[in-house]
Design a protein around this ligand. Sequence first.
Ligand SMILES: Nc1ncnc2c1ncn2[C@@H]1O[C@H](COP(=O)(O)OP(=O)(O)OP(=O)(O)O)[C@@H](O)[C@H]1O
Ligand SMILES: [Mg+2]
Length: 432
Amino acid sequence: MISALTRLFVFTCFVLIVSFVVLYNWGDEWAIFTSVALLSIPLVYSYINLARLGKYIQSDGVENMPLPSGLWEEVIFRLQRLVKTLKQKMRVIEQQHEHFIEAFQASPNAIVMLDESDQIEWCNAIAERFFGLNFKRDVMQRINFLIRRPEFIQYLIKRNFDEPLLLERMGPNGSLSLMLQAFPFGNQRHLLLVQNVTDLHKADAMRRDFVANVSHEMRTPITVLMGFLETVQSLDLEKSQRDQYFEMMMSQAQRMKSLVEDLLTLANLEANSLPAATNSVNIETLMALLRNDAEALSQGKHSFSFTVDSAKNILGDEREILSAFSNLVSNAIRYTPESGAISVKWGVNLQGLGEFSVTDTGPGIASEHLSRLTERFYRVDRSRSRDTGGTGLGLAIVKHIASRHQAQLEIESTPGKGSVFKLRFPKERLTP
Ligand SMILES: Nc1ncnc2c1ncn2[C@@H]1O[C@H](COP(=O)(O)OP(=O)(O)OP(=O)(O)O)[C@@H](O)[C@H]1O
Ligand SMILES: [Mg+2]
């Protein structure tokens, strides 16, 4: 490409030579006319090229403009190169921006970017859900107008963002606990990071309840035991009376022992891996064991029927299955008054699920208790359950064992008539 200066020099020489020739042959008027005419050629050429350039700029396609020849070729060529480079850089920046947005959207935490006046510059979809925001509607709105919780407004006013803030009863139906913290960045901007700590919070509350319950359950027999010990120690009792006290002490010690055993069972269930579906648990053997234990516990006070309707066995852990089944049978015996009837059945139902059921003619359970029966330490009638030695952990253990075998525990009960406890095992947990 010939440089602009060379072109200018060549063109000026050409105009001068032609003008001198005209001046020499036709006089000065023709010479002026010729030089003006020659000089206006680049002007017209420039005007045409400028007009074309304007058109291409307007349609955002400078880089597609065909290169003119002459002086403008180099200018337009350089311009096209610059536009191409800038557009390429813009595309890279746009892609990076999109990646950042995608990463922030993929975060399980809510993210809100605030400007120096606490106005929302950007927020992700989780933040919209947590706080009922709508980014398109709420962009550049002050966040304290949208999240109206007093503790949050105080947090923003104090501007001490070293500590996180816990917001409870948040979310669309007030069921979320959120941990929020502001982090300064850029020029007095803030990034609000919000973590959903609902499950952690619930687990923490459950742990506290559990410790309180265990302590309470242990304290009662210990207090009673100490009372008996003091009596035996301080009073000069006859042998028969002393034996009676020892028997009562024994029953309290037994209570503590069964509580500790149940707690250990639960801890083991939680710690162990899921039972493999390879070991077959023989139902006939299991039913025979259950019948023996049931008759020993009932001491002839109840009538029993044990039925096996299907030859299918369960695939799972024998000890766990036996523990779950005998928990249900011992409940039926303990809560059914004398001369009641208890029926224990194994079969396969119409849907092909394995079904173990224990039906009794006991006092039944009011419907409001049914959903809570499997909670740890939950008892319908605390005083009566205590008389029968229950700790309220039996059904929690049954439910745990059931879920480890992908089985469902179903309870039906009519107060005054009796209850049915069913364990339903999926087809995959049955032998062919
Ligand atoms: N067959 C039943 N009939 C009536 N009430 C029952 C029956 N089975 C359980 N319940 C009620 O459900 C409560 C919870 O039962 P669960 O087996 O979990 O605890 P528990 O029997 O009190 O103690 P544990 O089984 O740990 O010795 C019992 O306290 C009792 O009130
Ligand atoms: Mg029980």
